[in-house]
Structure formats: C-alpha cells, structure tokens
Design a protein around this ligand. Structure first.
Ligand SMILES: NC(=O)c1ccc[n+]([C@@H]2O[C@H](COP(=O)([O-])OP(=O)(O)OC[C@H]3O[C@@H](n4cnc5c(N)ncnc54)[C@H](O)[C@@H]3O)[C@@H](O)[C@H]2O)c1
Length: 269
C-alpha cells in the first residue's frame, strides 16, 4: 500500500460545495482528501452547500466541519481560517477551488464584469494563501497549498478575457508563494483543468472518446480532484511552484490538423 501521507492531516477546502449543474470540483476534492485520511474544513458561501459536503464526508466515515464565508472578502477569509484552525487544531493542506467566468468580447467587457471576475478568480487566492501561509509558517510543520487555475490561464481566452487574465494571475501567484514559502517547507502548486463540462462523472460517453480538442478523452471532475490530491500528498514532497494541466491533452493538441490518414508524404518534394 502506498501511503499518501494525508492520514490525520488538517485540510481546508475553499469553495467545497456542490452546485449540481457546475463541475463539482469542490465537493469531490474535499471527499477525496477525507478518503485519504484528512479532516476537512469545508468552506463555502452557501451554508447548505458547506454542510452538504461535510455531511457527505461524515456519511462515509470521514471527518469534516462546515464553515460559511464569502472568500472574496479578506476579513471573511481571516475569520474562516481562524475557525478552521480552531476546529481542526491547525492547517496542513489548503485548497482554493472558487472560480467562474463572465463571457463577452474584450472590447465590450464592462468594468463591473472585469472587477467581478478578478474578485471571484484571483483576489481570494491571494487572501487565502496569504492567511494560510502565515499560519503554516507560525505552525512550523510545513504544508501544501493548491489553487485551481484553468487552461485558459495558459492559452488565450477568447470571449472571456478577464477570466483568462485572472487564471494566469493565479499561476503567477502560486509561483511567487512557492518561492517565498519553500524555506518553511510549504509547497504551493496549481491544477489547470480543461473543460470538464457540467460535472457528469460519465462524461465522455465512451472510455476513450476523443474530439477535435482532446487527443485523450476530456477530463472528468474526479481527474481534477485526483490532481489536487496528488499535490496535497507526500508523493509530491519535492514539487512546488508547478502547474499540472488536466485537460485530456487539449493544450498540446497539434495546430495543423494532420491526421493519421492524411500524413503528408515529404519524400515527394
Ligand atoms: N468546469 C470547467 O470545465 C472548468 C475548467 C477550468 C477551470 N475550472 C475551474 O474549476 C474551479 C471549480 O469550478 P466548479 O464549477 O466546480 O465551481 P463551482 O462554481 O461549482 O463553485 C464551487 C463552490 O464554490 C462556492 N463559492 C463560490 N463563490 C464563493 C465565495 N465567494 N466564497 C465561498 N464560496 C464560494 C460555490 O457556492 C460552490 O459551492 C473554478 O476555479 C473554475 O474556474 C473549471
């Protein structure tokens, strides 16, 4: 048996609730951490969603506490971290799940949409990692922090410019926190999901179904949760400041649309 090193660890998941029509990364990540032996503080804006995830964990024999907070407000973040620290007895793992895009052409994007998107994708990562980082340094036992970026923070992001800029900002923040906190044994990494659609575990229809975007089958929510679990675990004890794209290969897909049946015969030139 491989030990992930998460038994008895104290984990915070920000955005731990489940909205059925969305991807569900928060719920699944919290559940996976609990399955690996961590006690999980499930933070969410919505009380029912925070409690729903905590109950799902308790229902399968794990340990969790719900915490309600709006993580776009730095005072609320500090209060939520205080509650998590008090409830868990410390913080070893800290995961930020929250994020959502607005859609428009860049030149039609309003100031309000820009500000909202930055607040809901980037600001909270800074508030959370700043607060958790301070607490982990004081605790003196190292730790792991993981944020969710997006492949849109790596490639261009047509029709959702603020989201792409914010998710690229998440990658930069992760690298800076990783550099500054490594001295205290605190690792900071980032998972960049490709499009997982609407949270269906069955997606795609067939095990190996691909499409014009994905050379491998598109990722499922559980693939994102497993990547967060990997970075949270001792298996990546010497990995920090990294971005793991979980995208079915979308970002390495050939630009030239060359297929097996149409490989050019270079010998004829
Ligand atoms: N769905 C995809 O295909 C995809 C692709 C790339 C990246 N992502 C990223 O994955 C992440 C998770 O996406 P999802 O669809 O599972 O999330 P989601 O929209 O379902 O949100 C997860 C939870 O966060 C909570 N939340 C939202 N705002 C909050 C706030 N201010 N304070 C506290 N809690 C808050 C929600 O109540 C919800 O329970 C996001 O960062 C998203 O940008 C998703």
């Amino acid at each position: 048996m491989i030990d992930l090193g998460l038994g008895g660890k104290r984990a915070v998941v920000s955005g731990a609730g489940l909205i059925p029509e969305r991807a569900g990364h928060g719920r699944l990540t919290a559940v996976r951490l609990a399955e690996a032996g961590a006690t999980v503080a499930c933070i969410d804006l919505d009380a029912g969603r925070a409690e729903g995830t905590a109950e799902a964990i308790a229902g399968s024999g794990g340990k969790a506490i719900p915490i309600v907070a709006d993580m776009t407000d730095s005072n609320e973040v500090e209060r939520a971290l205080d509650e998590a620290e008090a409830g868990l007895g410390g913080i070893d793992v800290c995961v930020d799940i929250i994020g959502k895009a607005t859609w428009d052409q860049a030149q039609d994007t309003t100031d309000a949409d820009w500000d909202w998107t930055l607040a809901n994708n980037l600001n909270h990562v800074f508030y959370l990692f700043r607060g958790a980082g301070r607490r982990m340094v004081e605790q003196g036992t190292g730790g792991s922090m993981v944020a969710l970026s997006s492949v849109d923070g790596i490639t261009a992001s047509a029709f959702h410019a603020p989201y792409g800029a914010a998710k690229a900002g998440v990658i930069s923040l992760v690298r800076t926190f990783a550099d500054e906190l490594g001295h205290w044994g605190i690792r900071v990494n980032c998972v960049a999901p490709g499009n997982v659609g609407h949270g269906s575990q069955a997606q795609p229809a067939g095990q190996f179904d691909t499409n014009g975007i994905n050379p491998l089958a598109a990722p499922r929510p559980m693939d994102i949760a497993n990547a967060v679990l990997l970075f949270s675990s001792d298996l990546t004890e010497r990995v920090t400041g990294q971005v793991l794209s979980v995208d079915g290969g979308a970002t390495i897909h050939s630009l030239w649309d060359i297929r097996r049946e149409t490989i050019p015969d270079y010998r004829q030139y």
